[in-house]
Design a protein around this ligand. Structure first.
Ligand code: CIR
Length: 254
């Protein structure tokens, strides 16, 4: 169970962030409104939400999931080392916020790790090895979480931005995955729902206690996850999608 979340207001510079999407530039006012609704959805799901000030010098800083990984219940955090050079400094900016809640364990170079590559299911952290997260980062992460009684499982990926771009929890025993990840042996102990190919973005749903946040505009995925037992809350993330971001990226939950 999560009780808190950290988010950060998007900066006006967000359109200068990293993206592979060919969806045009985000509209800043719409992004602000969507961010507000996202924070409201987390509050409705029962979380106390801390909203940090915008960091204009870091265009991708609204995606707070990437510079840290929280260990729910312990208050402890792994301070990530984002693999994209333009985002590395986001970790130092996040550190004082994390220190309010518990011990902070930093990933150190040559290791890199993006929180978007880290999926927690029960007491197991699945960690995507991607262009953002390397083996050294994974090994350091594993050493920390071992001490807190978690298992860490590497998931090497040949394509895609982050692990959670393609796979997320929709129930304790169920993941929603893109076709590319649905058959991966790492997830054989879980029930897997495959997201329709033309709705791949919707694999980034976010389960917050008894509520499942689902991105707006993906009716077939919505139908697939509607009977999972969770209350469904639809959130429009169209402006963040233009910058390769989605529901999980916009908060740290713990
Ligand atoms: C980036 O490329 O780093 C950002 N534009 C998007 C990050 C999305 N974060 C996430 O999936 N956890």
């Amino acid at each position: 169970m999560f009780s808190r979340a950290i988010t950060r207001i998007p900066p006006q510079s967000m359109s200068q962030g990293l993206t592979t999407a060919a969806l045009g530039a985000p509209d800043f006012e719409t992004a602000l409104a969507q961010h507000k609704d996202y924070c409201a959805a987390l509050t409705e799901a029962g979380l106390s939400v801390q909203i940090l000030d915008a960091l204009p010098e870091y265009p991708d800083s609204v995606f707070v999931e990437d510079p840290a990984v929280m260990l729910p219940g312990d208050g402890a955090a792994v301070l990530a080392l984002p693999g994209a050079p333009s985002r590395t400094g986001e970790a130092a900016a996040m550190r004082p916020e994390l220190e309010q809640y518990g011990d902070v364990f930093p990933i150190e170079a040559p290791g890199t790790l993006d929180g978007g590559d880290v999926l927690l299911m029960g007491k197991t952290f699945f960690v995507g090895i991607t262009s953002r997260t390397n083996r050294a980062g994974f090994e350091q992460f594993k050493d920390v979480v071992d001490r807190f009684g978690y298992r860490a499982v590497p998931v090497p990926l040949a394509a895609g931005l982050h692990l959670k771009t393609d796979i997320n929890a929709v129930a304790e025993d169920t993941v929603l995955a893109s076709a590319a990840l649905a058959a991966r042996p790492e997830f054989r102990d879980y029930r897997v729902i495959t997201v329709p190919g033309d709705e791949a973005y919707a694999a980034n749903c976010l389960l917050v206690n008894e509520t499942l946040l689902v991105p707006e505009g993906f009716p077939r995925t919505l139908k697939l996850v509607s009977n999972m037992g969770a209350k469904i809350r639809i959130v429009d993330t169209s402006e963040f999608r233009k910058m390769d971001g989605g529901l999980t990226c916009l908060s740290l939950r713990f």
